[in-house]
Design a binder for this molecule. Structure first.
Ligand code: MG
Length: 374
């Protein structure tokens, strides 16, 4: 449908360190494989998405969430005739810069950095992971990904103008990312809204009726499912409804992109970049549903006392750890302690903590600030 807007792999701006071509994998396929083999990718398994593990074995973690985003994004890319490999590489990398303990961790790290007039930005952290922290090659630091994948990482969930983020000046400020990259934010939105409903249902925090009251598109689905499967269990009926909801949102995304592409008049991948706004968008109906889902989840799930306690505990842990290493940079492991001699310690400490899994953060806390460190 939109094959004319597909970003052609042969037009890639390439890698920072030139490499010879692979006999049977193109540049974007190799990027995808590099992300899958990265240590930061494997650590996603032990990072909280929304619900901390323990209560259930079935909650998403950041790795399974990432796989769901990749599945949705690839489906959309495939239907539209866009590059599935580039889309998949970007989807798999989209959360690689997330710190431990989900948004609580991100907020606290940012708060600590603000005391130094600095900030924590998970897109910037992701770029630094793929550019330098991953050490897998003898010839260069990082994963040496193509320009388009790095650009997609820094433009995840926002575009920026010239000078707005000086660290990203090499990544075409003022221009949109390629259409494959634009899909990721919306595939992410479909994946987390519906997955969070599912996990919250499992946690006993909501019922299908409550979702139906607040989300018009789901109300119609819910009523049809209730009539169609009167003998099914509540869980089975909720699963049926959720699946139709995902389907509706994904279809709304596909139709929205097609319609927007038509209106934009863009005739090729380079023109996608020049558009004043992103081409990837939901249809009006899917956008309304997505906003209603977010409002519902904020009110019933994200701000629920059941999650608040864990959030406060993780934030306090990160704050204590941060202060501990500021006082005792010698207790940082190599190469972090060596880096504090050349770089501001708060930056090095932030990088160290941001890379941690939840469990590693907890363990480090116990060995330093906690009783075991005394
Ligand atoms: Mg995500």
């Amino acid at each position: 449908m939109l094959a004319r807007l597909r970003f052609p792999v042969e037009r890639s701006r390439g890698r920072r360190y030139p490499e010879t071509a692979h006999p049977y994998r193109n540049a974007f396929q190799r990027d995808r494989d590099r992300v899958v083999h990265a240590r930061a990718f494997r650590r996603l398994e032990a990072k909280t998405q929304v619900f901390a593990p323990g209560l259930s074995d079935h909650f998403r973690n950041r790795l399974t969430h990432t796989i769901e985003v990749a599945q949705i994004a690839r489906t959309v890319a495939n239907v539209l005739g866009l590059d599935e490999d580039l889309t998949e590489a970007l989807a798999l990398a989209h959360d690689i810069g997330h710190p431990p303990f989900a948004h609580a961790g991100e907020e606290e790290l940012n708060r600590q950095m603000e005391r130094f007039g600095d900030r924590f930005d998970h897109n910037l952290h992701a770029l630094r992971i793929v550019e330098s922290f991953e050490q897998r090659y003898a010839r260069f630091p990082g994963l040496n990904l193509t320009f388009e994948v790095r650009e997609g990482i820094v433009k995840h969930s926002r575009d920026f103008g010239p000078g707005e983020f000086p660290e990203f000046d090499a990544y075409l400020p003022g221009l949109r990312p390629v259409l494959e990259a634009q899909l990721i934010d919306l595939a992410d939105e479909v994946a987390y809204n519906t997955a969070d409903l599912d996990d919250a249902f499992s946690a006993g925090m909501l019922s299908a009726e409550q979702v139906a009251e607040c989300v018009p598109q789901y109300r119609a689905i819910h009523e049809a499912v209730e009539t169609q499967y009167p003998g099914a269990t509540e869980r089975e009926r909720f699963n049926e409804g959720l699946r139709q909801l995902i389907d509706g949102l994904v279809s709304g995304l596909i139709e929205g992109v097609v319609e927007n592409a038509r209106q934009s008049g863009a005739a090729g991948a380079e023109e996608v970049r020049e558009c004043p706004r992103r081409i990837a968008a939901f249809t009006e109906e899917a956008a309304v549903t997505s906003r209603a889902l977010k409002r519902f989840l904020h009110a019933r799930v994200y701000s629920a006392p059941a999650l608040g306690q864990g959030r406060r505990r993780s934030m306090a842990m990160i704050a204590d750890l941060f202060r501990f290493f500021l006082d005792r940079p010698d207790r940082l492991p190599q190469p972090y302690s060596a880096r504090t001699l050349a770089e501001p310690p708060h930056r090095v400490i932030c990088d160290y903590i941001a890379g941690m899994t939840d469990a590693f953060c907890q363990r480090t806390f116990e060995q330093t600030v906690g009783p075991a460190g005394a």
